[in-house]
Design a protein around this ligand. Structure first.
Ligand code: PEP
Ligand code: MG
Length: 593
């Protein structure tokens, strides 16, 4: 038995076979020689025409959906495939050095890129990424690799060095028992999906994906942050018994499904779910969510190689609304950038992506993408109640531009004779310090606020949420974050608009009590956390929650807040804290494997 320690990104326990998945960066095998250069020329020609076909298809799709300007971003890549000087060098390397086509192409590419690399110019460096992309496509075509997504045949624990949002979004969730990731962070996309699915996930496991063998048995402990590979029989028995205890606790919590989320002194909280994929709505509904408080629509986009068109999006949004069965659904328009690079729009690596072209900035710079999405969303509004919100707002200018796009979309839909709800509320996410500072003005315009505590914490505390070296400092209970939340809630109250929270802070029952005490009227959290949250809300009074929030907000350090919460939760909340920590509180003395 070998054990690997990581950071808990999602609680729980799992036992199952490892599916070790490595991203396919195809190695051109530079030294490989050939005795049959004619065969290599033939393979090269086939691969070039396959790559040309792929790029032209992408180009046409981009042109149809976004217009000619966007389509030209692929022109430079297509030109490489027709560049006779460059291809001449590839062919020479095959003939003179007897290299296989992969090696010849890769070598010629590296030589061609030397001047760009040496120039130090940011634009040229960006171009290099385009050229490397062509290189990978050609090499993949040469080796017949088309898909880089993991295929899962049976329930398994997925082990990987890292997963991009699009890879995560493309997984078959039914087959996932847990995640073990070498990199990542506990607020990244894999963590968020794992929490929604209610499966354990460890991140920051460093070299686990190199050292864990494919198909070996894994025992994943999402409380202690450890995964055991080839566990001893005694450890397996302990894990099996923990899994049984968790299932028992889940059955007990399921009894709360139809009860309201109301404090002991009668204060009602709207408990909703965050979702990334439509299937999660079924879990949310089963767990008693009153509404869907956040649909991260970027995950729909991640599942497409190219931008989904209006009708494809319409189909997905209708599916979400149908599954919600009349519950209100808050769709957040596309939030890309940061850790959510969208390959289909030529996502460009930035030095500081979390301070780059993200969220509202990205959409307002790409109005065609926003317009297409708004058209699909409005058209879907015939199916059920919905609200729309814009991420990463910093000021009123962005809010007004968003409103303006929405108004123009409504006008053109009316002209075209489409049915839609003309009064869909438009709100914003409060997740930047600027939005908190401008909350008064924003509340006068927006129809609701939703607090994005993940980003708010990241930007208030200047902690990159996906950087493992610092992500432990991303603590939403820090007094600086609590004070920002307090100010935003006060502004919403003065503007008489509703305010809810939709960040991960709300998935933790203790921190959710702080949010409630600070005055949020709703909490939207991962679907899996809803039963434990409801149990917590039903076990305390609003007056107590308010007193705690006031005290915690007045403290000077996060250590003081932690000590205060530990002290408080020792009594009244002890029960549900221990139960909900892993949505089941399944560990008993001796459970440490
Ligand atoms: C947040 O920032 O808290 C949020 C809900 O948005 P995301 O995690 O998708 O950035
Ligand atoms: Mg956010």
């Amino acid at each position: 038995m070998e054990s690997f320690r990581g950071i808990v990104a999602s609680g729980g326990v799992a036992l199952g076979p490892a599916r070790v998945w490595r991203r396919l960066v195809v190695n051109p095998n530079l030294g490989q020689k050939t005795d049959a250069p004619a065969e290599e020329h033939r393979r090269l020609d086939l691969a070039l025409s396959e790559t040309r076909r792929q790029l032209e298809e992408l180009r046409t799709q981009l042109q149809d959906r976004l217009g000619q300007d966007h389509a030209t971003i692929l022109d430079a890549q297509l030109l490489i495939l027709d560049d006779e000087t460059f291809l001449g060098q590839v062919r020479e390397a095959i003939d003179d050095q007897r290299l296989r086509a992969e090696a010849a192409f890769s070598r010629a590419m590296s030589e061609a890129l030397v001047p760009l690399d040496l120039s130090g110019d940011a634009l040229f460096r960006e171009r290099m990424t385009d050229f490397r992309d062509v290189e990978q496509r050609v090499i993949r075509a040469l080796s017949d690799h088309v898909s880089t997504l993991p295929t899962l045949e049976e329930p398994c624990i997925l082990v990987s060095s890292d997963l991009t949002p699009s890879e995560t979004a493309g997984l078959d969730f039914e087959k996932i028992l847990g995640f073990c990731i070498d990199g990542g962070s506990d607020t990244g996309h894999t963590a968020i999906i794992a929490r929604s699915l209610g499966v354990p996930a460890l991140v920051g496991l460093r070299r686990a994906s190199q050292e864990i063998r494919h198909e070996s048995m894994l025992a994943l402990d999402g409380e202690l942050g450890v995964v055991h590979s080839d566990p001893d029989p005694a450890v397996i028995r302990r894990f099996e018994s923990r899994i049984r205890r968790r299932q028992g606790a889940q059955r007990r919590l399921a009894g709360l499904q139809t009860l309201p989320a109301v404090t002991t002194d009668g204060h009602r909280i709207a408990l909703s779910a965050n979702i990334e994929v439509p299937e999660e709505i079924d879990i949310a509904v089963r767990n008693g969510a009153e509404a869907i408080g956040l649909v991260r629509t970027e995950y729909f986009y991640f599942r497409h190689e190219v931008l989904p068109n209006e009708d494809e999006q319409l189909g997905e949004y209708l599916d979400v609304l149908r599954r919600a069965q009349g519950r209100s659904v808050t769709f957040r328009v596309l939030d890309v950038g940061g850790d959510k690079l969208l390959a289909a729009v030529g996502g460009v690596r930035e030095y500081n992506p979390f301070l780059g072209l993200r969220g509202a900035r990205f959409l307002l710079a790409n109005p065609e993408i926003l317009r297409t999405q708004l058209r699909a969303l409005y058209r879907a509004s015939v199916e059920g109640p919905m609200r729309l919100m814009l991420p990463m707002i910093c000021d009123l200018t962005e809010m007004l531009a968003f409103e303006d796009h929405a108004r123009r979309v409504r006008e053109s839909l009316l002209e075209e004779g489409h049915d839609f709800d003309t009064e869909v509320p438009l709100g914003i996410m409060i997740e930047t310090p600027a939005a908190v500072a401008m909350a008064e003005e924003l509340a006068a315009r927006a129809e609701f606020f939703s607090l994005g505590t993940n980003d708010l914490t990241q930007y208030v505390l200047a902690v990159d949420r996906s950087n493992l070296r610092v992500s432990r400092f991303a603590q939403p209970q820090h007094p600086a974050v609590l004070r920002a939340i307090r100010d935003a809630v006060r502004a919403a109250d003065r503007g008489r608009i509703p305010v809810a929270s939709c960040g991960d802070m709300g998935s933790n029952p203790v921190l959710a009590m702080l949010l409630i005490g600070l005055g949020v009227q709703g909490i939207s959290a991962s679907a899996a956390s809803i039963p434990a949250l409801k149990e917590a809300i039903r076990s305390i009074s609003f007056a107590d929650a308010q007193a705690w929030a006031e005290e915690a907000t007045s403290l000077s350090t996060v250590e003081e807040v932690d000590a205060f919460l530990r002290n408080k939760t020792h009594g009244l909340l002890r029960e549900f804290v221990s139960r909900s920590k892993a949505s089941g509180g399944d560990r008993e003395p001796g459970d440490e494997a």
